[in-house]
Design a protein around this ligand. Structure first.
Ligand code: ATP
Ligand code: MG
Length: 565
């Protein structure tokens, strides 16, 4: 399927993470790299996650190919039951596999470790390194201080170990109300790193958990859970995005102060930001719940599910992640980079077909209305192995309204009254006269065809430069064709608080067109190039045998960058 696309798995990434792993292998501190991808199941995966997936699973794949027992785990970071859902768990599994990766062994859940995490919390309490605090959330914030002002100690900080054990047990038993107590690490309220100012380790939440039901009413915080989960799973290189840089201190503090065999290392890389796109799950969720888009898999969404429905291939997304690389520099990638990758793929792999999006009727007056002529056309102009298809030429056709003018200068290389044009893979026709309705709109273009010109240039010295696409009015099938544009009007919609006000009202335009009848057997996942219109795929959500719907994946050229320049 990959045609002449560079196979990204054959090209060794040269990013700094690979250099660190190579050095660890050379130094003997790492025998086999073991990574993990740790999504929180509180939304669908998006293109930013794809970067992390390609990095983490890509490392395992690459080092396996070098003969190491490398692994990558899929771990659901499920410590916040209120926002999580099994629908998200299932979608994440599906999307990771669709991208072409497989996790090592069983799926892991942070919630698998709730018992162990609880025991480690007890260990910290016994060591005098954790305490039950009864300040309110607001007071905790107030006591925490700021970047320029040190925090101050909670009045509950110096409870005895026994009191702390007793209170923590009460928290666990459900005897303390939500918000009335939490467990905090006892580190340093004056630390220049705010995450080290006695971070909360456990909070009370009377919420049903999708994995553990109502077993627990206290839930561990991310910073406490993540490092311990990594250590339990023997992760060697724990890769996360740059906003967790400061948290690395806490990651190490926890592992240094509990009895656990492994001590993985955390490394940070810059997150993917894409122009005209948001990659915050909270904001994506809002687009769904406010019904601005048609679900997480709306083809305008930057989710993996949306991109798949839009017609992106796993190869194109992996290629994109390979091209943008992994660094520590924050930057924003242009949308045209992603579109370049899918065009590269589809130009090689999409089957050619004809569709008319804005139809106007053509009648070939010198062509019999009973003789239907079956023409053979290649499925791909330079891949004969993809075979041919049959398209029937008939007296009545449809062409696109934009492909005809009554008058035009010579820069217009399509059909003009009194002039000739070639119909793609068929004959040269000449437009003789038009018939209009009461409003003056053209209803029918009457033409004559030259029977000697089937896939040949006209003999008598006439030059016909223009080629337009067509479908048979007799055989073509009606189809809904959905044209997508940027979901937002601004390049950086995430920056605006009111990001919903930057929605592009024209991000979806629906055309009622006609497609060649071959497309009634279009398969989900098969890409088509509608000649001169772009790349399309059958909509996997709503298309039926009686109601064809095609999504435009991307146009043939980068008209966006062209318009910007
Ligand atoms: P949010 O906080 O909006 O819910 P998140 O980034 O915390 O999103 P997770 O589900 O925790 O989402 O992410 C799983 C993994 O994917 C993390 O390791 C995270 O760093 C990585 N990731 C998330 N977004 C991006 C991004 N835009 N670019 C690169 N990696 C990302
Ligand atoms: Mg997260």
């Amino acid at each position: 399927m990959s045609g002449s696309l560079p196979n990204e798995s054959e090209v060794r990434p040269t990013n700094f993470i690979y250099q660190i792993i190579d050095a660890d292998i050379a130094a003997g501190t790492c025998k086999a790299p073991h990574t993990r991808f740790p999504p929180e199941p509180n939304g669908y995966l998006h293109i930013g996650h794809a970067k992390s997936i390609c990095l983490n699973f890509g490392i395992a794949k690459y080092y396996q190919s070098e003969g190491y027992q490398a692994k990558c785990n899929l771990r659901f970071d499920d410590t916040n039951p209120a926002k999580e859902d099994m629908e998200y768990v299932e979608s994440i599994k599906k999307d990771v596999r669709w991208l072409g990766f497989e996790w090592d062994g069983e799926i892991h859940y942070s919630s698998d470790y709730f018992d162990q995490l609880y025991d480690y919390a007890i260990e910290l309490i016994k060591k005098g390194l954790a305490y039950v605090d009864e300040l309110s959330a607001d007071e905790i914030r107030e006591y925490r201080g700021t970047l320029t002002k040190p925090g101050k100690n909670s009045p509950y900080r110096d409870r005895t170990v026994d009191d702390n054990l007793m209170l923590f047990a009460k928290m666990k038993a459900g005897e303390i109300a939500e918000g009335k107590a939490c467990l905090r690490a006892k580190i340093d309220m004056a630390s220049p790193f705010i995450v080290m100012r006695d971070p909360v380790l456990y909070r009370i939440k009377f919420a049903e958990h999708h994995q553990t039901g109502d077993t627990w009413c206290i839930y561990p915080m991310y910073d406490f859970t993540h490092c311990i989960s990594d250590a339990i799973e023997n992760i060697t290189h724990s890769l996360c995005t740059l906003e967790f840089q400061d948290n690395r201190r806490l990651y190490d503090w926890v592992l240094d102060n509990i009895t656990i065999a492994a001590h993985p290392h955390q490394y940070e890389f810059s997150r993917l930001n894409l122009e005209y796109t948001i990659t915050s799950k909270r904001k994506l969720n809002l687009l769904v719940t406010e019904k601005i888009v048609d679900g997480w898999d709306d083809p305008r969404m930057p989710t993996i599910a949306g991109l798949r429905r839009r017609g992106y291939t796993p190869e194109s997304i992996r290629d994109f992640c390979h091209r943008i690389g992994v660094t520590k520099q924050e930057n924003t990638v242009e949308m045209s980079t992603l579109e370049f990758c899918i065009r590269e793929d589809l130009n090689q792999n999409a089957l050619r077909a004809m569709a008319v999006l804005d139809p106007v009727k053509v009648v070939i007056e010198n062509f019999s209305n009973t003789l239907d002529e079956v023409l053979s056309m290649p499925n791909h102009p330079n891949r004969p192995e993809l075979g041919e298809r049959e398209v029937t030429f008939t007296q009545e056709l449809y062409i696109d309204r934009a492909d005809f003018r009554e008058e035009a200068n010579k820069n217009y290389k399509r059909l003009v009254l009194g002039k000739e044009v070639r119909l793609r893979n068929a004959y040269v026709i000449r437009a003789d006269r038009v018939e209009k309705d009461d409003q003056g709109n053209i209803q029918t273009i009457y033409c004559t065809y030259d029977p000697t010109t089937l896939n040949k240039n006209p003999a008598d010295g006439r030059k016909v430069k223009g080629v337009i696409h067509w479908v048979s009015a007799k055989f073509a099938k009606p189809a809904e064709i959905r044209l997508y544009d940027r979901l937002f009007n601004t390049a950086n919609p995430g920056a605006a608080d009111e990001f919903l006000s930057t929605i592009n009202p024209d991000s979806l335009v629906i055309k009622k067109g006609f497609v060649e009848p071959n497309l009634t057997t279009a398969q989900i996942g098969q890409a088509y190039q509608f000649e001169r219109e772009g790349y399309f795929c059958l909509d996997s959500k709503y298309a039926t045998d009686d109601h064809l719907i095609f999504n435009r994946t991307v146009g043939l050229r980068d008209s966006w960058s062209e318009a910007k320049n």
